[in-house]
Design a binder for this molecule. Structure first.
Ligand code: UT7
Length: 328
């Protein structure tokens, strides 16, 4: 049987940081409030000349190098993003040209913070169907471009960054299970307006009207509660489907929206702190990029090692949620 394994990972965080002290100068907030309510201390911010594909490119280069795969060997590029360089073409196409992935197909996935999990799930299907050997999966965002820095309920959590992984086909020998074991995704569009960008799309194209701002609008408190429930349920469903239990999981790589959400989900699942990969303090919430960045950070630090059972789980605007179980 063919398995879809994580052959290599990479990440890129812009150097510039927006600190809580910087935000105190922009909106009515305090370092203490932000740290206590979110766990965030600073946010990587893209330089003026950097767009999403620039961040994606640097993360993807690292992932290819760590996988030992050349650009020409990549069969497909999937980029998860909600903040592409242009409405179209896709970031994946820009990346295809820039990396020199001459034989790859390319497309973007719009699944907000669940983008990386969704893209990995798609990649797994191509690989397990025997169609592709190597798929490059990227989560990349420049949320600073769609964040309103006069809105203290949103500007405190969002950031920029990119993470990438090369998923490769590998024949399973005996019962040596590696790579993606199972996944779960779900959606409920009924609550789309709890977290969305109202203006700039085909519904409200006139962004000169104040109510049509092309910036993120969020009902944080409602999203918080829904996120905790949906991520907990998704993980439970996935564990049941795959026949694993929470104790067997070595590492949990959750979406990094708010430390209190991560803690609440961990409490529900009875996952101890030492199994959590948490990057929210330094990197904040860069939507589809948080999970591949956290994964790569933990791999580079020697925490996540080959053979470890890793659980990823996320929630975002849509509403969408999803989880992925992987033997790294
Ligand atoms: O990435 C995808 C999904 N996104 C998320 O998962 C984000 C989920 N939500 C959150 O992380 C949190 O809801 C926030 C961090 C956005 C807000 O924290 P909260 O604990 O839910 O605050 P709240 O909205 O319930 O507001 C509590 C109080 C309010 O004041 P009153 O009405 O009690 O006087 C707010 O006006 O805190 C006030 N507040 C602030 N105060 C200082 C809201 N934002 C701020 C702020 N600084 N930045």
């Amino acid at each position: 049987m063919i398995q879809a394994v994580i052959q290599g990972t990479g990440s890129y965080l812009p150097e510039k940081r927006l600190t809580n002290a910087d935000l105190e100068k922009l909106v009515e907030t305090t370092d203490e409030w932000i740290l206590e309510r979110t766990g965030i201390a600073e946010r990587p911010m893209a330089a003026e000349e950097q767009a999403t594909s620039d961040l994606a490119y640097l993360a993807a280069q690292q992932a290819l190098a760590s996988a030992g795969v050349t650009p020409e060997e990549i069969d497909l590029i999937i980029v998860a993003t909600v903040s592409g360089d242009f409405p179209f073409p896709s970031v994946a196409c820009l990346l295809q040209q820039r990396l020199g992935c001459t034989k790859a197909g390319a497309f973007d996935v719009s699944a907000t913070c669940v983008g990386f999990i969704t893209a990995a799930q798609i990649a797994e299907q191509y690989i397990k169907a025997g169609k592709h050997q190597h798929v490059l999966v990227v989560g990349a965002e420049t949320l600073s471009r769609i964040t309103d820095y006069t809105d203290r309920t949103t500007c405190i959590i969002f950031s920029d960054g990119a993470g990438a992984a090369v998923l490769s086909a590998q024949e399973q020998l005996n019962d040596d299970i590696h790579g993606i074991i199972g996944s779960d995704i779900g959606a409920n569009g009924e609550h789309f307006d709890l977290l969305y960008v109202p203006g700039g799309g085909s519904r409200y194209p006139d962004t000169t009207k104040p109510e049509n701002k092309p910036k993120i609008v969020m009902n944080g408190n409602k999203i918080f509660k829904l996120a905790v429930h949906a991520m907990t349920d998704s993980v439970r469903k996935l564990l049941e489907q795959t026949g694993y239990n929470a104790e067997q999981i070595k590492w949990v790589v959750p979406h990094q929206a708010n430390k209190r959400i991560i803690d609440a989900v961990a409490r529900n699942l009875k996952v101890p702190d030492e199994k959590l990969i948490v990057t929210v303090k330094e990197f904040a919430n860069n939507s589809s990029a948080t999970i591949p960045i956290a994964l790569d950070t933990a791999v580079k630090a020697g925490r996540i090692q080959r053979g470890d059972l890793v659980l990823m789980t996320s929630f975002g605007g849509g509403l969408v949620w999803g989880s992925l179980l992987v033997r790294y």
